[in-house]
Design a binder for this molecule. Structure first.
Ligand SMILES: [Zn+2]
Ligand SMILES: [Zn+2]
Length: 364
């Protein structure tokens, strides 16, 4: 809750129950299923609160990591947050608004920036939403969008352009802006003729390929082990598509004449974290987006090759606005496979087993 706001109850949504998928336990082996059950719908408890009727919610690798317990030590040391509703890539229609809300009204189609920022801390005033001192992330430790309704705030909402449906864009809320922010940073570092390598052409990588092709003149190399993902990358305009085999480093050094100018790693685990930086040329930059592994680099490599390494965290509200404009203009589209909320456990298994390309999207 933003500082200084009275915790008064502004209104209570009508209707006694809603359907939701809840996580009851963490399991590194992922042998757990979400429970589909009827729960109490959220209630508005701040003047800027907004309840969104979920139209669609993207399924994210972060959701798999939450189930595995990767986030437990960061946000749920006691394990006391369970059970809760995951789902942080949400779009839908405004259902109910708090007493101070003026930017949206019931019925408006919206996409929800995943982070509920406060708007008044210094970071928010600089536009760095992701650094907000009082931010909350529905779907990570508090209830998110794998349900019929979820609670967010006015500040997180962007009205959808005419003729855009929540289903088409829900994963843009996180997968989309995360890819866009990394691509935008890469675009600032390169010039026509330079190379940007995208590792992993999944829900994020396929958006990054499209963004790079529209916001900079660099050549895009897309790498993925899955044939379907490589085909998608080619269709979306990747200049070179590779399968990530054992000769990846040599191949990239050869086709780029010494190494990639920028590498965006959307995997960050499974051994990729210790290959990615070897794909750079001298002075190149690695942008880490995927996570889970540990990067080990001899310091001499950093010095001799002057490579730079940095992470990229989701994206700011304004970046989601920019991405939605590109989407409205037909430049960047989300490729998705739809699952009903009742089938969310199938969606999770299919995601784990690479049975779809692009993003899995849950529809309540
Ligand atoms: Zn996500
Ligand atoms: Zn803030």
């Amino acid at each position: 809750m933003p500082m200084g706001m009275a915790p008064e109850i502004i209104g209570i949504r009508k209707g006694p129950v809603m359907k939701a998928a809840r996580l009851y336990e963490y399991d590194p082996a992922m042998n757990v299923e979400l429970k589909i059950e009827n729960v109490s719908p959220p209630t508005i408890n701040t003047p800027d609160g907004v309840i969104v009727k979920v139209g669609a919610a993207g399924l994210c690798r972060t959701d798999l990591h939450i189930i595995e317990g990767v986030w437990k030590d960061i946000m749920d040391v006691e394990g006391s947050l369970l059970p809760y509703i995951m789902g942080h890539e949400n779009a839908g229609w405004v259902e109910d608004v708090g007493s101070n809300v003026t930017a949206v009204k019931p019925g408006d189609a919206v996409i929800c920036h995943p982070f509920r920022s406060c708007g008044t801390c210094l970071n928010c005033r600089y536009g760095h939403d992701m650094y907000c001192d009082h931010g909350q992330f529905p779907g990570l430790g508090l209830d998110g969008g794998f349900a019929e309704y979820f609670l967010t705030n006015e500040r997180s909402l962007i009205k959808l352009n005419t003729d855009i449906t929540p289903l088409e864009v829900a994963p843009m809320a996180d997968a989309g802006i995360t890819a866009y922010r990394a691509a935008k940073r890469a675009a600032r570092l390169v010039y026509p003729g330079a190379y940007v390598t995208v590792l992993g052409v999944g829900g994020l990588g396929h958006i990054a390929v499209q963004c790079l092709k529209h916001i900079c003149g660099a050549r895009v190399i897309a790498v993925d082990r899955e044939p379907g993902a490589r085909l998608l990358a080619k269709q979306l305009g990747a200049d070179i598509v590779l399968d990530g085999g054992p000769d990846l480093i040599e191949t990239i050094k050869e086709v780029t004449g010494g190494g990639s100018h920028v590498v965006i790693d959307f995997v960050g685990e499974l051994g990729v974290e210790n290959i990615c930086w070897k794909l750079l040329r001298q002075g190149g930059e690695l942008i880490v987006v995927g996570y889970g592994g540990t990067i080990e680099i001899p310091t001499v490599e950093l010095v001799v090759n002057e490579i730079k390494i940095g992470g990229s965290l989701v994206g700011d509200y304004t970046e989601l606005v920019e991405l939605m404009e590109m989407n409205a203009d037909g430049l960047v589209k989300m490729h998705y496979t739809e699952y009903s909320l009742d089938n969310i456990n199938t969606a999770i298994r299919d995601f784990k087993d690479h049975r779809f390309t692009g993003r899995g999207v849950i529809v309540p």
